[in-house]
Design a protein around this ligand. Structure first.
Ligand SMILES: [Mg+2]
Length: 411
């Protein structure tokens, strides 16, 4: 199994064995003329491997109503009030975040602001201040890294921490999670919730159970019972569409899901089927990846009004392509796959993708592909309320294939 893991993770390893004269593992690599002992690399990989196989201790920490809590911390007048971070109620934007006081009215993120205003007329609306959220986020991540190097941020306000190897200093992962949340509160006056378990999936589900300020531990002994009683929509990867399909097939809980053979799940739900088969049995070997690389770069926007005007859509998409060009440039990346996202007036959302043999780096690379992608949607006939573009299958920008345009000089 170690060999399998090494092969999967390190491309140039062809053979791993133990040399006869010592207990040191010997790596045989085609890249080297002589076989060499890459003791340190192997030790590193072995460490990761052991962390994966032994009972791990994973903490998932998720800030409570992050954007809204920061606004309440920064503005005394917002405290204790139903607060919505997002566009103003007359706009067609959606709720980016809302305070717990607003949630009591049934408001949640991604809800149209106009609907939120109807549900709670006295709600205060405030525009998002991303720079501020990024600033606070980096302080939170720095606190996590005081405890372990194995921190994998999932977004600005949540991260996985692998604390498996902190047994001596912190025998209880639950107490450690409490301590981290307390430190965040003392330093930043913001609250967080934590989930503790032996894999990422369970830790993430656990952090959501007793929000806000909830600390929930799912030990291996009770995991199966917990998973069996878990409603199907709580399983990772089960969105509204999959949930509906599952309910039609009689799958309402983890217990129902566990009765299904893997082949049948894959037949009905595709790739996610085999993942679901594993996680419903408490199997999730995904390591906490501190260096997780970004997999896509995208930009989307809710239109100021629903439209079936193709010219307007093209103009908006050209703007989005420029945004993406800027992000690609900043990160020194390009990508092979372009995905167009379209949300129709009735909120049905579709995506259409195209993958090229050469990477896209700029708006000029993206724009010629848009008419083809748009043609596979109902753009122009059905009214559309949101469009987005994403570049994925990212690659580094290495060569400079483009000819620089030099101005003509008259002498
Ligand atoms: Mg959160």
């Amino acid at each position: 199994m170690l060999l399998h893991y090494l092969k999967k993770n390190v491309l140039h390893f062809t053979q791993v064995c133990h040399s006869n004269d010592s207990n040191e593992p010997l790596l045989i690599c085609p890249d080297f003329t002589n076989n060499c002992r890459l003791k340190h690399s192997l030790m590193f990989l072995e460490g990761r491997f052991q962390r994966m196989c032994s009972t791990r201790k994973i903490i998932h920490i998720d800030m409570d109503a992050f954007f809204a809590s920061i606004e309440q911390k920064d503005h005394v007048l917002f405290r204790g009030k139903p607060l919505i971070v997002g566009g103003n109620p007359q706009s067609r934007g959606v709720v980016a975040a809302c305070s717990y006081e607003a949630r009591k009215f049934g408001i949640h993120s991604a809800m149209p602001c106009s609907k939120a205003a109807r549900l709670c007329p006295e709600a205060i609306f405030t525009p998002p201040r991303m720079d501020r959220y990024v600033e606070i986020s980096s302080k939170i991540m720095a606190i996590f890294r005081q405890y372990t190097a194995f921190v994998e941020p999932l977004s600005l306000d949540e991260a996985f921490l692998d604390v498996t190897n902190m047994g001596e200093k912190h025998p209880s992962a639950t107490l450690l999670a409490k301590q981290i949340c307390r430190q965040i509160f003392e330093e930043l006056q913001l609250t967080a919730s934590a989930g503790i378990s032996y894999n990422k999936f369970l830790a993430k589900v656990a952090s959501d159970i007793n929000k806000p300020q909830g600390i929930t531990t799912i030990p291996p002994e009770t995991a199966q019972h917990f998973l069996d009683t878990l409603p199907i929509r709580k399983f990772f990867g089960v969105g509204q569409v999959t949930e509906k399909k599952m309910r039609q097939l009689g799958i309402n809980t983890g217990f129902d899901l566990r009765q299904w053979e893997v082949e049948r799940l894959v037949f009905h739900f595709g790739k996610i089927g085999s993942f679901l088969y594993d996680i419903v049995r408490g199997i999730d070997d995904r390591p906490v990846e501190p260096m997780r690389v970004r997999k896509s770069i995208g930009s989307e926007t809710t239109l100021p009004y629903d439209t079936d005007n193709l010219d307007e859509l093209r103009k908006i998409l050209a703007e989005l392509a420029k945004d993406i060009e800027k992000s690609l440039h900043k990160k020194n990346k390009g990508g092979y796959t372009l995905t167009l996202k379209v949300r129709y007036k009735n909120f049905t959302t579709i995506t259409r993708s195209i993958t090229l043999k050469t990477a896209m780096f700029s708006a000029d690379d993206i724009l010629p592909l848009l008419p083809g992608l748009l043609a596979t949607t109902y753009a122009g006939t059905e009214k559309i309320r949101l469009v987005g573009l994403t570049i994925s299958k990212l690659t580094g920008r290495t060569a400079l294939p483009r000819q620089l345009k030099l101005p003509f000089m008259y002498g």
